[in-house]
Design a protein around this ligand. Sequence first.
Ligand code: RTP
Ligand code: MG
Length: 183
Amino acid sequence: MLSFLMLNCLFYFTKKLDCALIYGVQIIIGDNRMERTFIAIKPDGVKRGFIGKILQRFEDKSYKIVALKMLNVSMEQAKEHYAEHEGKPFYKSLIEYITSGPVVAMVLEGENVIAGSRHIMGKTNPDEADVGTIRGDFAQVKEYNIVHGSDCKESAEREIAIYFNENEMCENYKTMLELVMEH
Ligand code: RTP
Ligand code: MG
């Protein structure tokens, strides 16, 4: 048991430091890997007509859509969302970009959905994103990379709270995957 815990801690501490502790604690307290994440189709994705195609990628993976809406991101929401990037050279244009048109915001639920959905999205820079990922297939430049996804559990909880109220969560249904896994 002790070596199992140590192995997990070692693994998670090689990941991004800001998320390592949270994942480590999750394993130690024996939580399963069901998570929620915040995903947004950014204004360029909406304007280019890719809402359906992007949603399809996440639905194909059978992640459960727990909340979904289209909205204009307010300046306040944008600044709160991207607070970690304040002061960086691209911060101003990032805020302008995310408030430049509607986004489609959603909460997805599933096993390891935070890392899994970022895998589906691909790397930040579309030049480096694998073919088959959303960014690899639909984007060319880092500043217009079409989709956002939380990068760790702490970010997911924070971002979901910026965009959704508790009463907007629709969890009272079962996906086909949930039904299949009952047997
Ligand atoms: P996101 O938060 O939007 O899901 O993207 P990410 O985690 O893959 O990347 P992050 O480092 O959090 O950057 C947030 C967004 O800022 C823009 N960016 N521009 N010009 C640049 O060097 C630069 N770096 C980042 C991108 O739109 C990126 O998605
Ligand atoms: Mg990010």
